[in-house]
Design a binder for this molecule. Structure first.
Ligand code: PMP
Length: 283
């Protein structure tokens, strides 16, 4: 069962209006939320980011945070996402339906669509690490907005795949920003480095959890821009996202990162993250 524009519907019954601005322009915003053992992880942070994205694209959401929370819970119940199930919840808001003009129509009603599906954690990849390719960041200059307009992300991911890697690490003129759908961290001499949370990256929720866990455990964190050369000389590299968690990147541009195996700080952070998940499931 999905929630689309105020109704509960089965998947085969969904019809998108031909002049829905999300469909025509990618004019809308979204969130992907992790469900561990039937419980939403970092839901409040996702809601805060959704409302921020809305503000940044001049869209007023007609729902309160409580209404969205109730809806999310109903979605889990209707889809049997019970206490043993790991899943993801996808929620998007299109600006709504209107005759096709570029500027923002005065009166549109945002269309909310949400679904939840079981999804296993990527535990095997987290253990062995993945490969990445450096790709020029061709996206726009408001990567801090979680917009439906994802063509830049689609292309950079495909460029990396075409080059034989599993994911892309993006750079603008040699400055590393993030990955196609994740944030990226480099480890050097026991410290973490990741791009500052400005307009060049999505302010990832997992990124923030990792920064907080690192600081609480005495691991220095530098939120600052670094170069592709710095990345290639790093002891360890990993990406973070809601679905990929803390995913080591053991090779960049075909060359091993550090020893080419998952490094000790990545392992330590994975452990701390695991504890954090377990604690949050118990709350
Ligand atoms: N950057 C980009 C471009 C993303 O699409 C994502 C995934 N939503 C992230 C970073 C990671 O964000 P989060 O940890 O909130 O999933």
């Amino acid at each position: 069962m999905l929630y689309v524009g105020g109704k509960w519907v089965e998947e085969g019954e969904v019809a998108v209006h031909p002049e829905d601005r999300g469909y025509n322009f990618g004019d809308g915003i979204y969130e992907v939320v992790r469900i561990y053992k039937g419980k939403m992880y970092q839901w409040d942070a996702h809601l805060t980011r959704l409302f921020r994205s809305a503000r940044e694209i001049k869209m007023e959401l007609p729902w309160t945070a409580d209404e969205l929370s109730t809806l999310a819970q109903q979605l889990l119940e209707k889809n049997n996402i019970t206490k043993d199930v790991d899943a993801t919840l996808y929620l998007q808001v299109s600006r709504g339906i209107s005759p096709r003009v570029h500027d923002i129509p005065e009166k549109t009603e945002p269309v909310l669509m949400a679904f939840a599906r079981p999804k296993a954690r990527p535990l095997a990849d987290m253990k062995k690490g993945m490969t990445a390719q450096l790709i020029e960041d061709i996206r726009w200059l408001r990567c801090d907005i979680k917009t439906l307009n994802l063509l830049g992300a689609v292309l950079v991911k495909q460029y990396a795949k075409d080059a034989g890697a599993q994911d892309s690490i993006l750079h603008r003129n040699g400055i590393v920003t993030e990955c196609s759908s994740a944030n990226v961290f480099a480890v050097k001499n026991g410290a973490l480095y990741t791009h500052q949370a400005d307009n060049m990256i999505l302010h990832g929720i997992t990124r923030q959890v990792v920064i907080d866990l690192a600081k609480e455990n005495g691991i220095p964190v530098h939120e600052e821009a670094f170069t592709t050369d710095f990345l290639k000389q790093a002891d360890e590299v990993f990406l973070t996202s809601t679905t990929a968690e803390i995913m080591p990147l053991v090779s960049v541009d075909g060359q091993p990162v550090g020893t080419g195996a998952v490094g000790p700080l990545s392992l330590k952070l994975q452990e701390l993250f695991e504890q954090h998940i377990n604690e949050s499931v118990l709350v």
